[in-house]
Design a binder for this molecule. Structure first.
Ligand SMILES: NC(=O)c1ccc[n+]([C@@H]2O[C@H](COP(=O)([O-])OP(=O)(O)OC[C@H]3O[C@@H](n4cnc5c(N)ncnc54)[C@H](OP(=O)(O)O)[C@@H]3O)[C@@H](O)[C@H]2O)c1
Length: 383
């Protein structure tokens, strides 16, 4: 028998006073330290500041910004009236010292502490295991831990057994719910069979626009001018960033993949790979003929060219330019969209798709913020 609950009861919100009562009994304080106040990090700080009153009011969560560290220096006890009213005027500048920074954020009063790594630095990633073992939660959009040496990754996972949590949703397709979707599938007993995706907004845009009207190099220059590429477009064209995302997803599924296991076919010819950036940009036209040939091959079969990452349960992983049928889901992606397709035991005939913009400071910071909130949600109330 199915019981229907009247609509007005289903939708009736809690009276405001009850919400405030719940918020005050669930009051949790989370000490936060931000590593890397660059594009994503500073956008995240803005988002945290804006959300702070709502979080305190609706869910009893008080975020206490204790410090910010950049590549050369750090600020402790940040002077931020909204995020950290208690420390007003106490800002102190010092040279970068990650250990001292983490100790400062953790404090000595047994409080909840969380570090947000918004750098792209490997040395910072090397500290995660130590921080987690010390009980400090870590969230990050930095791909270097998830796709770096497997032994370091395993140490990081092992360091979480004490209860500290490590989350990294924004490492794959920025704010899109990709890692969490995979986690939910696995946690509910599904089995991953394959992942296929377009993980680079830049390469998706280039493939969408490459229709034979303009040389490929013209499109790369246009993407560069629009800020769609990294400062050195080879960082996108090499496919390395895409391979890193594939490794992160494989490890999430419990498959011990490393970067060197990925069959990576980049778009940059060997002769151009190590040139200084300016010389590479001058010789960009050398990509035109091979890309025109690939496009003609695709068209001869009625297909389209797409930059695709593929992973299956046998451990086969590849990143390459592929010819796909015009009916394929990836043939209809828009602009710089990322697409991830999970084939699982449950989603086998019709795979599960996650699609949308997969880069940019706003959506990436929001992905990091959502990770922070998931951790905060699980925190015990401390006196
Ligand atoms: N931008 C996106 O759309 C996007 C999308 C997905 C993922 N991500 C990832 O998000 C992260 C941040 O990207 P971003 O675009 O914000 O980069 P960014 O603007 O270059 O900022 C990087 C920040 O990291 C700091 N930093 C570097 N080394 C450090 C160290 N050893 N200790 C402390 N701080 C250090 C830099 O400090 P200085 O200011 O002193 O140089 C800078 O503030 C990267 O891992 C990136 O791969 C970005």
């Amino acid at each position: 028998m199915i019981t229907c609950v009247p609509k007005q009861i289903q939708r009736s919100p809690l009276p405001l006073r009850s919400m405030h009562a719940i918020a005050s009994t669930r009051r949790r304080v989370l000490a936060v330290g931000l590593i890397g106040p660059g594009r994503v990090g500073s956008t995240l700080l803005d988002q945290l500041r804006t959300a702070q009153p709502r979080l305190a009011r609706d869910s009893g969560l008080e975020l206490k910004l204790c410090g910010v560290v950049a590549s050369k220096r750090m600020w402790l006890d940040c002077d931020d009236a909204e995020l950290n009213g208690r420390h007003d005027g106490a800002q102190v500048w010092r040279p970068n010292d990650l250990d001292a920074f983490a100790e400062h954020v953790r404090g000595s009063d047994g409080r909840h502490a969380l570090l947000i790594d918004c750098s792209a630095n490997d040395d910072v990633a090397s500290h995660y295991a130590h921080w987690l073992a010390a009980g400090i939660h870590v969230v990050t959009p930095n791909k270097l831990a998830g796709s770096g040496p497997l032994s370091r990754w395993q140490e990081i996972r092992a360091a979480c057994v004490g209860g500290a949590r490590f989350r990294y949703e924004a490492t794959v397709c920025a704010g899109l719910p990709v890692v969490q979707t995979l986690r939910d599938l696995l946690d509910t007993g599904d089995e991953l069979q394959a992942v296929e995706g377009m993980f680079s907004g830049t390469l998706a845009w280039l493939c969408n626009r490459h229709d034979g009207q303009h040389p490929f190099s013209t499109l790369v220059r246009e993407a560069h001018a629009l800020g769609y590429t990294e400062p050195d477009p080879r960082d996108d064209l090499s496919g390395l960033d895409v391979a890193r995302k594939l490794v992160i997803l494989a490890r999430e599924a419990g498959w011990p993949l490393s970067l060197e296991d990925v069959d990576l076919q980049g778009l940059v010819p060997e002769a151009l790979a190590t040139l200084p950036r300016e010389q590479f940009m001058e010789r960009l036209h050398e990509l035109d003929a091979p890309m025109a040939t690939r496009l003609a091959e695709a068209r001869a079969t009625g297909g389209v060219l797409r930059h695709v990452a593929h992973l299956d349960r046998h451990g086969h992983a590849s990143v390459r330019l592929a010819v796909l049928p015009a009916t394929h889901a990836f043939a209809h992606s828009r602009l710089t969209d990322n697409v991830v397709q999970f084939s699982t035991r449950r989603y086998c005939d019709n795979p599960l798709l996650v699609q949308g913009p997969g880069a940019g400071p706003e959506v990436t910071a929001a992905g990091v913020f959502a990770d922070l909130l998931r951790i905060a949600e699980s925190l015990a109330v401390k006196a």
